[in-house]
Design a protein around this ligand. Structure first.
Ligand SMILES: Nc1ncnc2c1ncn2[C@@H]1O[C@H](COP(=O)(O)OP(=O)(O)OP(=O)(O)O)[C@@H](O)[C@H]1O
Ligand SMILES: [Mg+2]
Length: 233
C-alpha cells in the first residue's frame, strides 16, 4: 500500500496578467522534482500554459512533476485538493490572472505558502495591492498564519528603477508580513526557453546563473515549509 502523504500546498497567484506566475511555478515545481520530491502542478488557468509546459516534454525525459488540469475540473476544488494532497509531497497551484477566481480562494484557504510573482515596473507593483488584500483575507478566514512572499520575476538588475522597486518590496512597509524573497528570478532566456522543451532551466545550455537562482529560491521555500531541502528516504 502506498504511504499516505500530506502535501505542502503552495498557491502562486496575482491578478495581474503576465506577472511570471506560470514560468515561476513550473521552474520551482521542477526544481523540487529534481530534488526527489513527488510534485504536482495544478493548472487552474484556462489558458492552460502550465499544462502545455509540462506536456511539451519528450517521453524520454519527462518533466519532473505531474500535472492536474484543475481548470477543467467541475467539482469542488478544495475537496479534490484534499484528496490529491494524499498522493504528493508538494502541490504548486498556478492560478489564473484574476483574484476573484474560486480556485485561487480555495487554495489560499488550505495552503502552506502563498507566492505572489511580479515584474518590477510601476504598473506591476502598483497592482499588488489586490493580491496582498486577498492574502490578508484568506489568513483571517482560514485562521492560518501561512507565509506570503513576493517573488520578483524577470528582474533587470542593471535598471535603477527595478533595483529601487525590489528594495521597497524587500521591506514592504504597508504589508511587512508579506516581504519579497531574498532570491529574485532575473530576466533570463533560459526560463521561457525551457517551456519549449517541457523542462526546467537545469536542462538548458549555459543556464548556470538561472539554476543557481532556482536552487537558492527552492532553499528559501523549503525553509518556509519546514521541509528538508532534498527528499530524504
Ligand atoms: N524570469 C523571467 N525571465 C524572462 N522572461 C520571463 C521570466 N518570467 C516570465 N517571463 C516571461 O514573461 C511573460 C509572462 O510570463 P508568464 O506566462 O509566466 O506569466 P503569467 O503570470 O503566468 O501570465 P498569465 O497571467 O497570462 O497567466 C512570458 O513571455 C514569459 O516568458
Ligand atoms: Mg500563467
Amino acid at each position: 500500500m502506498a504511504t499516505k502523504k500530506a502535501a505542502k500546498i503552495v498557491t502562486v497567484f496575482n491578478q495581474k496578467g503576465g506577472a511570471g506566475k506560470t514560468t515561476s511555478t513550473c521552474q520551482i515545481a521542477g526544481t523540487f522534482g529534481h530534488r526527489g520530491y513527488d510534485v504536482l502542478v495544478a493548472d487552474l488557468d484556462k489558458q492552460s500554459s502550465a499544462s502545455k509546459w509540462l506536456s511539451a516534454a519528450d517521453e524520454s525525459a519527462p518533466f519532473p512533476a505531474s500535472l492536474w488540469a484543475g481548470h477543467m475540473y467541475k467539482g469542488n476544488i478544495a475537496t479534490e485538493l484534499g484528496k490529491l494532497s494524499e498522493k504528493y509531497d508538494l502541490i504548486f497551484l498556478d492560478c489564473a490572472p484574476a483574484v476573484d477566481q474560486p480556485g485561487t480562494w480555495a487554495s489560499l484557504l488550505v495552503n502552506d505558502l502563498a507566492i505572489i510573482p511580479t515584474k518590477l515596473g510601476p504598473a506591476d507593483t502598483d497592482a499588488l495591492h489586490d493580491a496582498f488584500e486577498l492574502a490578508k483575507r484568506a489568513r483571517i478566514e482560514s485562521g492560518l498564519n501561512f507565509p506570503v512572499r513576493v517573488l520578483a520575476t524577470a528582474y533587470r538588475k542593471a535598471r535603477a528603477d527595478e533595483r529601487i522597486a525590489l528594495g521597497k518590496l524587500a521591506q514592504n512597509e504597508r504589508y511587512p508580513d508579506f516581504p519579497a524573497f531574498k532570491t529574485s528570478l532575473a530576466d533570463r532566456i533560459a526560463y521561457p526557453r525551457a517551456m519549449l522543451y517541457g523542462a526546467t532551466a537545469h536542462s538548458m545550455p549555459k543556464a548556470g546563473d538561472a539554476v543557481e537562482e532556482l536552487e537558492s529560491l527552492a532553499d528559501e521555500i523549503a525553509a518556509l515549509l519546514a521541509m528538508p531541502k532534498r527528499k530524504t528516504k
